[in-house]
Design a protein around this ligand. Structure first.
Ligand code: FDA
Length: 391
């Protein structure tokens, strides 16, 4: 039986980072992953440029049943600490918007940097942990071809999003095996889908993008909304999807900061024979304006003929579009998994299971989920560093 100080399960963002932090403490570290390449989600992240952190990564930007849980790790490992690593590795980066930092070049530079940082650890790819057992204060990981005994196990196998890339519910099963509680999981940062009757409006609009604002269940975002063949997507929808629950109606402001009814009334006051659709297309993309006007039976109507009440209904249709998505695109395309290991059963400083000394959970498998924009990687680095230094 091989001996190690720490076995890390999962060679994704959190697992690789944790290995580097633990090595810094002089530990013998083994990292196991069933994939044939490490850091696959890093490779595809941020459109291939990896949005590796966000300068505004405070706990308010994360969803969890216990919103205070993430504060400790996030305050001890900060975005600036990761930027420092990136700078020292000579990786060029830029701030895109709202504190989001991206590589100028390929995302794989981040994986290479993490692999360099954990040089000295034993990384075993294509290795599927079959069972984890505990004998006294030691854990035994049975990975088929090899068995490793260690005093610490760090679970960094991520969430359920993108099963095609090897995502599994392994962390949740293991947590249950050791008596930890789970917060129900669901897809987050994910496009929303529509029922057939709503698709009649949306399908012809596929590809149209607008600036939109949505406030729902405590989340409020303003960003691009994209109509798709199956519903709506774009950053503002991904963000609000993490706050939305099935069965709920969203109110979408398709012209934030503008009172559409007032603008149409003002326009009407200027006289002329302008069509309603033409007036609305000064506010919305032409295809969307035409679709809304047609939906309201005003396709050929003139603005001058519309009473106030009708312009108010039209304005509300733009500023407060009520839409009830039928669902989400699910784990197939979700960027993250909401819910996971219940933080009540973890120590916020070390990520160690409260009732199972030596067992740690880090990264996406924990019930801490960030907004879109580099927050989820920052959580992976911060939780990994906390566990790596403590273990
Ligand atoms: P991660 O999923 O990275 O790693 C888990 C590892 O465990 C994988 O290597 C997997 O193979 C392995 N594993 C799983 N089950 C196993 C098993 N049973 N046995 C052995 N190994 C197993 N975030 C962000 O901040 N900025 C961004 O730009 C993006 N972009 C982005 C794009 C896309 C398309 C997606 C899907 C996600 C993002 N994210 C993101 C989210 C980010 O990728 C995610 O939050 C982190 O990768 C989570 O890191 P973890 O290490 O926890 O899991």
């Amino acid at each position: 039986m091989e001996q190690a100080d720490i076995v890390i399960l999962g060679a994704g963002a959190a697992g690789l980072f944790c290995a580097g932090s633990a090595l810094g403490q002089g530990r013998r570290v083994v990292v196991l992953d069933h994939a044939t390449r490490p850091g696959e989600k890093i490779r595809i992240s941020g459109g291939g440029r990896c949005n590796f952190t966000n300068l505004a990564a405070s706990r308010e930007r994360f969803l969890s049943q216990n919103p205070r849980f993430a504060a400790s790790a996030l305050s001890r490992y900060r975005p600036e600490d990761f930027v420092d690593l990136v700078d020292r590795a000579g990786i060029a980066w830029h701030e895109k918007t709202q504190g989001q930092l991206f590589c100028d070049g390929k995302a794989t530079q981040i994986t290479d940097m993490l692999l360099n940082r954990m040089r000295g650890a034993d990384l075993r790819l294509g290795s599927q942990p079959r069972s984890i057992s505990q004998i006294g204060d030691r854990f035994i990981v049975d990975a088929g071809q090899h068995k490793v005994e260690a005093s610490r196990i760090v679970v960094a196998t991520g969430g359920k999003s993108i099963p095609k890339m090897g995502a599994t519910g392994f962390a949740y099963d293991l947590a249950q095996q050791f008596g930890l509680r789970l917060v129900e999981t669901r897809a987050g940062l994910v496009p929303l889908t529509f029922a057939e009757q709503d698709l009649a409006l949306c399908r012809p609009l596929a590809g149209v993008a607008i600036d939109a604002q949505i406030a729902h269940n405590g989340g409020k975002f303003r960003d691009a909304l994209l109509f798709t063949h199956r519903g709506i997507s774009g950053p503002v929808i991904l963000q609000i999807s993490s706050y939305w629950q099935p069965g709920e109606t969203l109110l979408i402001d398709m012209a934030p900061g503008r009172d559409v009814a007032q603008e149409l009334k003002r326009q009407r006051g200027q006289g002329g024979r302008m069509a309603v659709a033409t007036a609305l297309s000064a506010i919305l993309p032409e295809r969307l304006a035409a679709a809304i006007v047609a939906e309201m039976g005003l396709a050929d109507a003139r603005l001058a003929d519309q009473p106030n009440a009708r312009l108010e209904v039209l304005g509300a249709r733009v500023n407060r579009w009520p839409i009830r998505p039928v669902g989400t695109e699910g784990y197939r395309t979700a960027e993250v998994t909401l819910g996971g290991i219940d933080t009540r059963d973890l120590d916020a400083k070390t990520m160690q299971a409260r009732h199972v000394p030596g067992l740690y959970f880090i990264g996406e498998c924990v019930d801490v989920t960030g907004w879109l924009g580099g927050y989820n990687f920052q959580w992976a680095w911060a939780s990994a560093d906390a566990a790596g230094k403590a273990s």
